[in-house]
Design a protein around this ligand. Structure first.
Ligand SMILES: CC(C)(COP(=O)(O)OP(=O)(O)OC[C@H]1O[C@@H](n2cnc3c(N)ncnc32)[C@H](O)[C@@H]1OP(=O)(O)O)[C@@H](O)C(=O)NCCC(=O)NCCS
Length: 165
């Protein structure tokens, strides 16, 4: 992890955002999804990456040399157009992925902490996300202070309060 650097995501990082979203959706090692070009065009997925760089989008990219090894990003949604992690129009929804081979080395923790600090700087008070109940990432979110908001068959909605210590 010592050779990993972190930088803000830019408007021209759309490919990295799409990669992270696909990895997050395809988290289950035994559940194969259609390829990215199919999965990411589904309306449920497209709303999380289309027109990346619009107002309210922000993120953090982890890189080892020229290789992107992880991405955490946020997007705002509206009451009329949102996914499972939605709380309200002022609460950005988080997605995160670390490249296989780099997982378990602390990059995800660092990405999520950096993302929370960017969100705080931008004046947001909370972050939300949605995670499958069986995904071990839920333990990581809990460790970082996310609390459970809602649980149903499609997963768990979690919320991080950014105003705490
Ligand atoms: C979830 C993820 C971003 C965490 O990044 P990471 O760099 O592996 O995280 P860290 O090394 O900082 O911390 C490891 C934690 O992630 C959890 N984790 C989830 N999937 C993991 C994996 N494949 N390998 C290692 N750790 C994993 C571990 O259980 C550990 O949690 P704990 O601290 O409660 O024990 C990364 O594992 C990943 O990309 N997974 C696939 C995509 C995904 O599930 N995204 C989230 C969708 S909601």
């Amino acid at each position: 992890m010592s050779d990993v650097t972190f930088r803000p995501a830019r408007a021209d990082d759309a490919e990295q955002i799409r990669w992270a979203l696909y990895e997050a959706l395809a988290w289950h090692p035994e559940r194969e999804l259609p390829p990215p070009e199919v999965t990411l065009e589904h309306p449920e997925a497209a709303r999380y990456h289309r027109d990346w760089g619009r107002p309210g989008d922000f993120g953090v990219i982890a890189a080892a040399g020229d290789e992107v090894v992880g991405v955490a990003y946020c997007r705002l949604f509206t009451a009329d157009d949102h996914g499972h992690g939605y709380v309200d129009e002022k609460t950005p929804e988080v997605a995160v992925a670390v490249r296989d081979g780099w997982r378990g080395t602390g990059a995800g923790t660092r990405l999520l902490k950096e993302l929370a600090s960017v969100a705080r700087e931008r004046g947001f008070r909370r972050l939300s996300l949605s995670v499958d109940r069986a995904n071990p990432a839920a333990g990581l979110y809990e460790r970082l202070g996310y609390r459970h908001l809602h649980v149903d068959e499609s997963g768990m909605r979690m919320l991080l309060d950014l105003e705490g210590p």
